[in-house]
Design a protein around this ligand. Structure first.
Ligand code: GAR
Length: 187
């Protein structure tokens, strides 16, 4: 089977959906959950699924330790699911066309540095947009600019808050991300 690693910095609800999705697959397996946050809840979720975990600092990642680990684990695909650090170039190059990210808005809108998590939903709210959504894209050395693979949108109204927008976006992510990853990796 294809060996997938998930990189996540936080709660990991998307990581959990992906672990669930591939739990009984013979074509792909989640071989590693890696996080830059030693107390991220995603690490608890990994335990539940018996998936090995790895934590690292930004410095270590930049120095190549994460890449070393991914190679030692013979990882074929890297899935970013709420991973909030900029991926260093040596890593995007090693996994070029084999690294995928989910962004909680309709890129190219609301992408780039500082645009993650609730900041994205605050910006969407402030702009008064009538819809938002999710973007699943390949990762290259330009933040949030890799090839778009899939988008889905949801209507929002002036009554929505950043929190309710986040809930709607999470629902879309959970619905689509595991299947789109599956199609991408051929599982
Ligand atoms: C998700 O909404 C994901 O799109 C976003 O972080 C959230 C993580 O939720 N990612 C980014 O903002 C990346 N720039 P989760 O930890 O519950 O999966």
């Amino acid at each position: 089977p294809k060996r997938l690693a998930i990189l996540a910095s936080g709660s990991g609800s998307n990581a959990e959906k992906i672990m669930e999705y591939f739990q009984h697959s013979d074509k792909a397996e989640i071989a590693l959950i890696a996080s830059n946050k030693p107390d991220a809840f995603v690490l608890e979720r990994a335990k539940k699924f018996d998936v090995p975990t790895f934590t690292f600092s930004r410095k270590e990642m930049d120095a190549g330790i994460l890449l070393e680990k991914l190679q030692a684990e013979t990882i074929d695909w890297v899935i970013l699911a709420g991973f909030l650090l900029k991926i260093p170039d040596h890593l995007t190059q090693a996994y070029s066309d084999k690294m995928v990210n989910i962004h909680p808005a309709l890129l190219p809108k609301y992408g780039g540095k500082g645009m993650y998590g609730s900041f994205v939903h605050e910006a969407v709210k402030a702009a008064g947009d009538t819809d938002t959504g999710i973007t699943i894209h390949l990762v290259n050395e330009h933040y949030d600019e890799g090839k778009i693979i899939f988008q889905a949108s949801t209507p929002i109204s002036p009554l929505d808050t950043a929190d309710t927008i986040a809930d709607k976006v999470h629902a879309l992510e959970h619905e689509h991300f595991p299947r789109v990853v599956g199609e991408l990796v051929g599982a």
